[in-house]
Design a protein around this ligand. Structure first.
Ligand code: 5GP
Ligand code: ZN
Length: 114
């Protein structure tokens, strides 16, 4: 999508630090980390949030989660633990409207909520 930040990252118009890539999914370091390790996993096909994705292309949810599993099992994250978060809409503070899954870990995480 033309004006989408994460589509620009996929097209390499904006640089990013890649941690994972396959045919369908891209994983990269979040520029403002909220924990010691903070990655964003996105599908290469643009949708605006997980609800749209679940209606338009539900298989993509599985594809992104499979990529997260592969990645976290290739390092210490799976053993030590991690959290996956996807923000939808204003109350959750979604700022980028290309569906993305935050992968947080690398340290003991606090409880989530408001
Ligand atoms: P949201 O708030 O929409 O759930 O998450 C968007 C995330 O994208 C934020 O955690 C923010 O730090 C990250 N982000 C915003 N712009 C960039 C960028 O240009 N590069 C990278 N790597 N992450 C970004
Ligand atoms: Zn996009």
């Amino acid at each position: 999508m033309e004006d989408c930040l994460f589509c620009k990252i996929l097209k390499k118009e904006i640089p990013s630090t890649k941690v994972y890539e396959d045919e369908k999914v891209y994983g990269f370091v979040d520029i403002y980390p909220m924990s010691k390790e903070h990655y964003l996993f996105i599908h290469k096909n643009h949708t605006s949030n997980v609800n749209e994705m679940s209606k338009a292309t539900p298989n993509e949810i599985g594809e992104v989660y499979q990529a997260i599993s592969k990645y976290t099992e290739s390092n210490e994250l799976s053993k030590n633990g991690f959290r996956v978060v996807t923000n939808v809409g204003p109350d959750a503070g979604q700022t980028v409207f290309h569906t993305h899954f935050h992968v947080l870990g690398g340290e003991k995480l606090g409880r989530f909520g408001s």
